[in-house]
Design a protein around this ligand. Structure first.
Ligand SMILES: [Zn+2]
Length: 237
């Protein structure tokens, strides 16, 4: 795997971005991987609302006490609680140099609130990386997944097939196709994602904060493209 951190001398990385980086993209677009790499390269905290929930519940904060019973019943946690946690987290010292958010915002209201919080903490303009996918290719990538029963080793019948069909290379156990990876289930998830995300794409596009990234390239190529965008943002600060 190419190490992008080492080869580019990381222009101005030590000062950090001073901006929020958001990744918008459907399941399977590689947001998690790229968010992690951005966080490493630019020394930014990698935020997720899941971590914030766990942290608030563990520390038994007021917001955590409100969220806990809702989560235990599998109910949606209202925006005001989520935003309270987000605002507290962004207010912490390590976020002053910027942060990467993966899986948030999900609604226009959340996007608006996030912008307000960033202004409040004097962060620069948000950088929104739009992970653009080819729906047919993405469907193939997702439906091709096979998981080994014994060790959880992951294969893809199209992109990373096992040497023997249906058998794990590592331990010889059976590979299964999970119901969650069926075309119907994935199709529904992708449609839901599109419905939810299209307004956000428009919102950020109209504010000229959106930068498209070809998410169908191999992961290292995507990482390099993102690094060029973020280095450019630092250079023109
Ligand atoms: Zn295995």
């Amino acid at each position: 795997m190419a190490d992008v951190t080492a080869d580019r001398g990381a222009v101005g990385v030590s000062q950090g971005l001073g901006r929020a980086v958001i990744l918008l993209g459907p399941p399977g677009a590689g947001k998690g991987t790229q968010a992690q790499r951005i966080a490493q390269r630019y020394h930014l905290p990698h935020l997720s609302t899941g971590d914030m929930f766990r942290d608030n519940i563990q520390r038994d904060t007021e917001l955590g006490r409100k969220a806990k019973p809702l989560m235990e019943r599998g109910e949606l946690v209202p925006d005001e609680i989520v935003l309270g946690m987000v605002a507290n987290r962004i207010g912490q010292a390590d976020c002053a140099k910027g942060f990467v958010f993966d899986g948030f915002p999900r609604t226009l209201q959340q996007a608006d609130d996030l912008e307000r919080i960033c202004r409040q903490y004097k962060l620069g303009c948000t950088i929104v990386l739009h992970m653009v996918v080819n729906p047919a290719l993405l469907m193939r990538r997702l439906t091709g997944r096979r998981i080994c029963k014994a060790g959880g080793h992951i294969y893809n019948v199209y992109e990373r097939p096992p040497r023997r069909e249906g058998i794990c290379d590592v331990d010889g156990s059976e590979l299964i196709h999970r119901p969650d990876d069926s075309e119907g289930v994935i199709g529904e998830r992708l449609h839901a994602y599109d419905r939810q995300t299209q307004p956000l794409v428009e919102y950020y596009k109209s504010r000229e904060l959106l930068t498209p990234v070809d998410a169908m390239a191999v992961a290292d190529t995507v990482t390099e493209a993102i690094a060029r965008i973020l280095d450019g943002a630092i250079a023109h600060k």
